[in-house]
Each structure stands twice: as C-alpha cells, then as structure tokens.
Design a protein around this ligand. Structure first.
Ligand SMILES: O=C(CO)COP(=O)(O)O
Length: 152
C-alpha cells in the first residue's frame, strides 16, 4: 500500500499560472499524495484542480511559509515545489529564505524550477513508497557549539 508523499506546493504571484499549469498536467500523479499549499496558491489550485485534496495553510506573507517550515522541521514534509518569482522582491523575503534553508537542513526534495519539478515527478523515486531521504543529524553539530563560537 502506498503511503503517499507529503508535498508542499507554493508559488509567488508571478509564478502562480506556471504552477497551476504544472499541477494540472500532473493532476493524476499528485492525487493520492498529501498536498499542502500556502493560502492563495492553494485556493487557486483547488479551483483549477477540484479533484485534488489540498490542505491550505496561511497565505505566505502572513506566515504560510513559516508553517511549511515547521512541517519540515517536524519531519512532516517530503517534497517542496516552490516556484519563486526571481523578478519581484517579496515583503516576506526572510520567510522565503528560511523555508529554502530548512529544506536544505532537512534534505527534503526542493524544486524551485519547473524543469526540476518535472524531474522530481518523473523520477522512479517519486513512485517508490519506501523511499526516504537520508537526513543529516545537525543536533550533534549544535550540541558541540559552545558560547563564543560564531554559530552559537
Ligand atoms: O508568498 C508565498 C510564498 O513565499 C505564497 O503565498 P500565497 O500562496 O499565499 O500567495
């Protein structure tokens, strides 16, 4: 029985049409997985792809990116499809940075371009319900730090 992957779907306004189109094309492959989205992205995706069940978090600038970050820190997200708009500055840029940083810390699958998203969804690992990424244990690193260390 497939456990399904836990997938975050997020796009900045300038990239929402792109993500919507990508999700529509991959609607069948995404069905059966647990989908999460930031508020506005999720509302748009549910309108265009009514067959998909999507848990909508808060809008990105209102904390939705941080909610996704919390899911990652708790080991509850496997894949993040995050279409950022590289041409527009975001008021919540620090949240965007935090989200992409945590994706790296926890070694989840992070697709920030449509080509990468295509590779992810086309990968045999996507369909492999037993696949889990290797996670680096940063706790040991943090515990080694002492007051006065640059990263303390
Ligand atoms: O801003 C976002 C990601 O940084 C996305 O938020 P919305 O889906 O609410 O537009």
């Amino acid at each position: 029985m497939s456990r399904g992957k836990r997938i975050g779907l997020v796009a900045h306004d300038g990239r929402k049409p792109d993500l919507t189109e990508w999700v529509k094309i991959n609607e069948e492959k995404l069905a059966g997985h647990r989908l999460y989205a930031t508020g506005t992205t999720g509302a748009m995706l549910m309108q265009k792809c009514p067959s998909l069940e999507i848990t909508c978090l808060k809008s990105g600038p209102l904390g939705g990116d941080q909610q996704l970050g919390a899911l990652i820190a708790e080991g509850k997200l496997d894949i993040l499809i995050f279409f950022i708009d590289p041409m527009t500055s975001q008021p919540h840029d620090v949240d965007v940075k935090a989200l992409t940083r945590l994706s790296t810390v926890y070694n989840i699958v992070l697709a920030m371009t449509r080509s990468t998203a295509d590779f992810v969804i086309g990968s045999p690992l996507f369909a492999d319900s037993d696949w889990t990424p290797i996670k680096t244990d940063y706790h040991a690193y943090v515990q080694r730090l002492k007051p006065g260390d640059a990263a303390y």
